[in-house]
Design a protein around this ligand. Sequence first.
Ligand SMILES: Nc1ncnc2c1ncn2[C@@H]1O[C@H](COP(=O)(O)OP(=O)(O)OP(=O)(O)O)[C@@H](O)[C@H]1O
Ligand SMILES: Nc1ncnc2c1ncn2[C@@H]1O[C@H](COP(=O)(O)OP(=O)(O)OP(=O)(O)O)[C@@H](O)[C@H]1O
Length: 537
Amino acid sequence: MIRFADVSVTYSGAAAPALHGVDLTVPEGELCLLVGGSGTGKSTLLGTVGGLVPHFTGGTLHGRVTVAGRDTRTHKPRELADVVGTVGQDPLAHFVTDTVEDELAYGMESLGLPPEVMRRRVEETLDLLGLAALRDRPIAELSGGQRQRVAIGSVLTVHPRVLVLDEPTSALDPGAAEEVLAVLQRLVHDLGTTVLLAEHRLERVVQYADQVIWLPGPGEPPVTGTPAEVMARSPMVPPVVELGRVAGWSPLPLSIRDARRAAGPLRERLAGLAPVPRPRPAPGDPVAEAAGLVVRRGALEALCGVGLTVRAGEAVALMGRNGAGKSTLLSTLAGLHEPASGTVRVGGLVPHRSRPRDLVRKVGLVPQEPRDLLYADTVAAECAAADQDAQAAPGTCRTLVAQLLPGVADDVHPRDLSEGQRLALALAVVLTARPPLLLLDEPTRGLDYPAKARLVAELRRLTALGHGIVLATHDVELAAELADRVVVLADGEVVADGPTADVVVSSPAFAPQVAKVVGEGPWLTVRQVTDALEARP
Ligand SMILES: Nc1ncnc2c1ncn2[C@@H]1O[C@H](COP(=O)(O)OP(=O)(O)OP(=O)(O)O)[C@@H](O)[C@H]1O
Ligand SMILES: Nc1ncnc2c1ncn2[C@@H]1O[C@H](COP(=O)(O)OP(=O)(O)OP(=O)(O)O)[C@@H](O)[C@H]1O
């Protein structure tokens, strides 16, 4: 259905190709998963299928990509729109209408489908993606995950034969991610749709894939195989595979179910043991306190009476469904919204009434869209400005970027960075200022597993130094690795607040893979399991 013949792509001004030696076929009716580190060219590869690369991005494509027999070099993206539906990493950049319902209908209108068909498909899709309650809402007023659902819905209504999705679950809560993947699987099985999707959180998708394409490095030719074949070789694997490697299971499990079947002997070895607690400082004084916080967004009460205390040295994960109010809480702590009632204090200041230059010494926010934080023309200039703003030694920010994600070039415009590279830059900019309270909104979108591990290490270092951290995240594995405490929001209210292990293990939605496989303990991470086995007398 999709054929790549010796494809390479070189962006203008780049020293080396972003993509090279791609020679492969995605058969009709398969779900094909594209994996690889941040910046290895996944988005570039996906972009060639719908013709966005190079028609819209610039650069040069060598070789040939055909979809349902059409050459994407001679067919413009709109001449492929009836066959290929593409959802990019940044939905906001692609929305053409203002409201949810109009956006779902737009693709069908451009193809001239009859009104009764459009009506029916809009209704079906609203139900399928849990968007019915939001149908009349302006897209600009949706939460990140709500927007991602609309973006996915807007391509589903067209019923394209090929779906190309770039990290389609990155902003979705765990339940919504499962639902979207179930929908995709049904399209593949029942309608013979061909799906090509890139994803970093393999724990969410690998068990659904028929084929995996792995890009081992920037400009390196892909390796293809069944999920089991590629997972046996790839350095980037989900926790369940890592656990399988540690425990010596063969074949390696890809799903929780397979792993549970193999886990009997491991459970016996772990019986009577407990996770070795990580040394961590005793929490200090509060760096942020909110009580009875009510915040309105338009007509909607996004937070209704939230209480939260964050202490120095503490890492708190904020979890909960899309639209629960996580981003609203973070941005209120950063002074971006004025509460309708209740109190909020950050480092002794009332955030929304404080001067920006006083507030930056107390709190730093990495927003859900890191682009909002970046304004210079090059990576180097952005880093120099961050050093200056924070009065840090020259080179501080650049070193942080390189630590988080090696291989980001100095002279690239932040706009042209890959998703993960841009996030690493935004994180470095905020970390350079070393504010006592760090707020991170979905800090792992686009990050590969090694980059995520380095981010966790850096954040742990900061908590050890007494910084307080609040991260809003749907990444249950990240919460398990990093957070001391988990706070769950639902419809603007706090519904759980307690030690990570207590909160996540009691909820199937938030439990990490290791907890689901090993059970009692509570074991949350592969590291805890290996440490305990090694320390065993
Ligand atoms: N429009 C562009 N102009 C110049 N360089 C670009 C452009 N788009 C991407 N690049 C570069 O090409 C490389 C590959 O980027 P791409 O977005 O394909 O990576 P990716 O594997 O999707 O990464 P991520 O997992 O972070 O999303 C990166 O080094 C990036 O900086
Ligand atoms: N600019 C806005 N105007 C009006 N309502 C908004 C606006 N931004 C968000 N909302 C609404 O406020 C509620 C809370 O949104 P928020 O972004 O805080 O949720 P979230 O928990 O961060 O969601 P997600 O997990 O999807 O990022 C949602 O119902 C959302 O639709």
